[in-house]
Every structure is written in structure tokens, then in C-alpha cells.
Design a protein. Structure first.
Length: 283
């Protein structure tokens, strides 16, 4: 009698901003992207968030780097040793990071099928995709169904970002088409999105309050009449995110769930302290 194939394992990277309880509940492996702060170089989860914010505000050089190929290899090997029949590995846009290439290199060294997906996005657009994939895998779905679930989710999701300044994106070389906003007056606040795998401009709004109002308006517009999950992502403690959450709940009758998450320190290093993002993801 032939034995049934094992489950499909789902792995992502730390830019997915997945809260640890969510990753643990659905068995999602999270490979850590790396940070260099001054002379210190380590995986991002080994740094203190408030210290990183302090370094950014003080002008200390904070750089990011993809995981080592070995980190992916051991994550894949661990999944295989636990009986996985295949792995679906979903990652930050290849136009923003070499992370997906490191995963592809490691995949060639593993004895079970590893399907590496470039999500073309990051943040909770990636997080929602990994979670949807893991739910299908937990229900016994084969690799093709797991991949379909991930792709449907990250292709349908939208990231809308508020940043206090574009300076941190400029420093990190991730500014993309948003460089057109450089040189704006200090009081003009940029709203950004992710398009074609990189940061892109949406609009400029005078003043922080108006910019945050516009952030909510754009999220409501993106959701339309669809059933959506929404995530509010922050980099640093901030009471504004609670207000934004309340306004979204009041204006989105078809919102099936909302969550407040801390931005990956990798993303925070590029967006800067005070950044707030809204992810709108049709379910």
C-alpha cells in the first residue's frame, strides 16, 4: 500500500511582517533577512526595534542584506526532515532584494521539490499570501493549489504607504520611481505604493494630518465593495495607527478582518521612523 504524500511546507522571509503567533499557528517558516548597524551584522530578529529606530534617527548607517543561502538551505532541510513532500517558498520582490535569488540557489541543493515565488511585493501583502498558502497546505492541498493561493493573494493585494521623509529610501537605494518626489518641501508628505516590484509614487499631500486622511481614503477606494482583510503596519509606537484602524472599520463594511502589525525592521530601515502602511487584500 502506497503511503500518502506529506504536507506542503510554506516558507517566507521576515519582510512579510508576520506576527509570530500567526506564523506558528500555520506552520510558516520565516527566514530572517539581515541588518548591518555600524559594524554589527546579524539577522534582523536579533536586534532591538527601539535601538534600530534610535540609530536611524541619529544618522547611524543601517544597511540591509538578504539571508545567506545556507539559511534557506537549512530551512528547507528542516521542512524535509519533518516530512514535507514539497516546499513553496514566497519572498519579497526581486527588484527590492536578492532574497528570492538566495532561496533559488538553496532550492537546487534540496532533495524535495522547492517552488520559489517572487511575490513582486513585500510587507503584509507577502504575509497574507504566505498565510493563505499555508491554510491550503494545512487542508491537504498539493503544491499547485498552494502556489495558486499565494499568487492570487499577492497579485490582488495593495500596499499604501505614508512616510515622514523620503530620505531613508534614498539612502538605501530603494526609492525607485518615487525619486520624482525628492526635493519636495518638508511639509509635503509623500504617499507611496508598490508597483512592478518597486516603490512608486501615489501623490503628495500638504501636512501630516491631511496625508493620513488621504491614506485612509485611498485604502477605502482600493477595497471598494470587495471582502477584504486589512493590515495596518507601523514602524515605531504610534497612536495614529489606532485612529486609522477605527476609521477603516467605520468605512469598510465588507472588511472581514483587520490586524495591527509591526513593520519588519528591514522595511523600517528603508521607510524610516514614523512610517505607516495599509495593506488591502481581497479574500
Amino acid at each position: 500500500m502506497r503511503s500518502m504524500p506529506g504536507p506542503v511546507a510554506v516558507i517566507t522571509d521576515s519582510t512579510a511582517c508576520l506576527p509570530a503567533p500567526v506564523a506558528e499557528r500555520w506552520g510558516i517558516g520565516v527566514v530572517q533577512v539581515q541588518l548591518q548597524v555600524g559594524e554589527q551584522f546579524d539577522e534582523e530578529n536579533r536586534y532591538d526595534r527601539e535601538e534600530i529606530i534610535g540609530h536611524l534617527r541619529a544618522g547611524t548607517p543601517v544597511k540591509t542584506a538578504p539571508p545567506e543561502v545556507a539559511a534557506f538551505f537549512w530551512a528547507f532541510q528542516d521542512a524535509a526532515s519533518k516530512g514535507a513532500s514539497a516546499i513553496v517558498s514566497i519572498h519579497i520582490s526581486g527588484r527590492m532584494s536578492e532574497t528570492v535569488n538566495a532561496a533559488r540557489e538553496a532550492a537546487q541543493q534540496v532533495n524535495i521539490p522547492v517552488h520559489v515565488l517572487d511575490s513582486g511585493t513585500t510587507g503584509m501583502s507577502l504575509g497574507f499570501a504566505a498565510t493563505s498558502a499555508a491554510k491550503v497546505a494545512a487542508a491537504g492541498g498539493q503544491a499547485t493549489r498552494v502556489i495558486d493561493a499565494a499568487e492570487r493573494r499577492f497579485r490582488g493585494s495593495r500596499e499604501i504607504l505614508y512616510v515622514d521623509t523620503l530620505e531613508f529610501l534614498r539612502r538605501g537605494g530603494r526609492i525607485g520611481a518615487a525619486q520624482a518626489f525628492l526635493g519636495s518641501a518638508f511639509s509635503i508628505k509623500p504617499l507611496l505604493t508598490l508597483k512592478n516590484g518597486e516603490v512608486a509614487p501615489l501623490t503628495r499631500v500638504p501636512g501630516q494630518r491631511r496625508a493620513l486622511n488621504k491614506l485612509v481614503d485611498l485604502a477605502v477606494e482600493c477595497a471598494g465593495d470587495q471582502e477584504v482583510e486589512v493590515a495596518i503596519t507601523r514602524f515605531g509606537p504610534d497612536e495614529r495607527d489606532l485612529e486609522i484602524g477605527g476609521r477603516l472599520r467605520a468605512r469598510l463594511p465588507h472588511m472581514v478582518d483587520s490586524t495591527l502589525v509591526d513593520a519588519s525592521m528591514i522595511l523600517g530601515a528603508h521607510l524610516g521612523p514614523g512610517a505607516i502602511g495599509i495593506t488591502v487584500s481581497p479574500v
